[in-house]
Ligand binder design. Structure first.
Ligand code: SAH
Length: 472
């Protein structure tokens, strides 16, 4: 992790003197910025500009029309040198340092003890954004985005919480119960009401929630993590990841997604990893039930959508049998991510009017799985876990009568930075199984609808690839 050269803090200035020395626009800008606080602003300016005079008057700053003297620094919490004259600014900075008053020199980062961030003010909530002077315009861009994210009334919500702290401390035991109360407060109906401007109503509701029995029961969210890129996680998945005490995840969920969870949540890996025991489905079911019964909030994180080849059915059954409440958070399934990567339609007017989610693995049996019949009737087929059995899939489908030239797309690592789109026809699909270079998860799409796409830049299935060991 890159380290900061400045440590962001909030410096208490209420009622204290902040000194601004200067006469022009730089001084005026600082006066306006400082007026976001309730400090006593003192401006020392021999010849104040009209703008500065107006601003000082408007925000109630004290204007001293006299030359700067070190005595002005006495008792000041902070000082700003904004004369826009290098020698004068340097002299003020020296005097401030001698008087042990932290000083900021406008546009001279090397002379500053502190710098001023871009501020989003929702007092008492504040967001300060800085770039250590590297890119002030970027800081302003970020501020604009944060401004848009935070309702104007969110400060009122913070005040409401402040007013409840005593009651919460006396009614709820420290730890889990309190954390949960606050989590619900800031994310539930109380917050909704407060942000809609009804603070008294929000407060009444909060007091009612506080008086109710604290809910310490465990809970499980079975969450779809999407195909593997952080920005395809849903907002809901992101929210429950923040509430989790335990995150149970498997191999297909990349670490960046797992890292989105609450920092101090426990992470439990239950997938395949070299040389390690792989948890069985039964053990995973037991783990979820055990953790929830212990009162913990569990996120069971699965790749794609949890209800598509995710064994969520078994987990739900175990939770129901144990009386553990749970919720499903859907995710972007691999078929959708693969289709998006290859830019192929999954349904197409007049060509394909249905879509089948299939797995290559039930081809082991003798009978043709019924999804082959759908393919013959024009459905687009998305084959999960199909790479190693690609040859069998192709053989069965053409035996059943699907045309040899039916277009096929295979996407490896769909929606990830290392994704690859391969394309071909049903009669060369078997080559996919033989490619030694396919090591990530692969999703195969089959159907006439794919013919409408531009696959000219896709990699042909049978294109010669050097096996890593066979490299000359
Ligand atoms: N629940 C998951 C599927 C799990 S089964 C979902 O909804 O996506 C595992 C199979 O999903 C893999 O064998 C592969 O076929 C497919 N898969 C998962 N992630 C993928 C990705 N990023 N790119 C391509 N295929 C993926």
């Amino acid at each position: 992790m890159a380290r900061l050269t400045s440590f962001p803090t909030f410096h208490r200035v209420s009622g204290r003197v902040i000194l601004v020395v200067g006469s022009g626009p730089a001084a005026a800008a600082k006066v306006r910025l400082l007026a976001e606080t309730d400090a006593r602003i003192v401006v020392v300016s021999e010849h104040p500009s009209r703008e500065l005079r107006n601003d000082a008057l408007r925000v109630g700053a004290e204007l001293r029309e006299e030359p700067f003297a070190p005595g002005h620094l006495e008792g000041a919490a902070l000082a700003f040198a904004a004369t826009e004259d290098e020698d004068a600014d340097r002299a003020i900075a020296d005097a401030a340092r001698a008087a042990r008053v932290p000083v900021n020199v406008v546009d001279r980062p090397e002379l500053c003890d502190f710098t001023t961030p871009a501020i989003v003010n929702r007092a008492p909530l504040a967001v300060a954004i800085g770039t250590e002077g590297a890119a002030p315009v970027l800081a302003r861009h970020v501020r604009a985005r944060v401004e848009a994210m935070l309702a104007p009334e969110i400060g009122g919500l913070a005040r409401l919480a402040e007013g409840l702290r005593g009651a919460v401390a006396s009614l709820l035991p420290a730890g889990e119960a309190r954390r949960r109360f606050w989590a619900r407060l800031f994310d539930g109906p109380v917050a909704e009401r407060a942000l809609a401007g009804d603070l008294p109503g929000a407060r009444a509701l909060a007091l009612r929630e506080l008086a109710a029995e604290p809910d310490l029961g465990g809970f499980v969210w079975i969450v779809g993590a999407g195909p593997g890129s952080v920005d395809l996680l849903t907002l809901r998945a992101q929210r429950v990841l923040q509430e989790a005490d335990v995150i149970v995840h498997d191999a297909l969920v990349p670490s960046e997604v797992v890292a989105m969870g609450r920092r101090d949540a426990e992470r439990v890996f239950v997938g395949k990893r070299k040389g390690r025991h792989e948890a069985t489905q039964g053990e995973i079911d037991e783990l979820l039930v055990r953790e929830a019964k212990a009162g913990r909030r569990v996120v069971r994180l699965k790749s794609g959508d949890p209800l598509v080849f995710g064994r969520a059915g078994e987990e739900m059954e175990a939770l129901r049998a144990a009386g553990v409440p749970f919720e499903i958070v859907p995710g972007v399934t691999a078929a959708f991510a693969a289709a998006a990567s290859a830019q192929v339609p999954l349904t197409l007017r007049g060509v394909a009017s249905s879509l089948v989610f299939a797995t290559g693995h039930d081809l082991d049996g003798r009978t043709l799985p019924d999804w082959a019949g759908h393919a013959l009737n024009g459905a687009t087929v998305a084959v999960y876990m199909g790479r190693s059995v690609a040859a069998a899939v192709a053989a069965r489908l053409s035996e059943a009568g699907l045309a040899a030239d039916t277009p096929v797309v295979a996407v490896e690592n769909a929606a990830r930075s290392d994704e690859r789109v391969l394309a071909g026809r049903l009669d060369d699909l078997s080559a996919v199984a033989d490619r030694p270079d396919l090591s990530g998860p692969v999703l195969i799409l089959i159907g006439r609808a794919l013919a409408s796409a531009d696959l000219s830049s896709a990699i042909p299935f049978a294109e010669a690839v050097a096996a890593p060991s066979a490299a000359a």
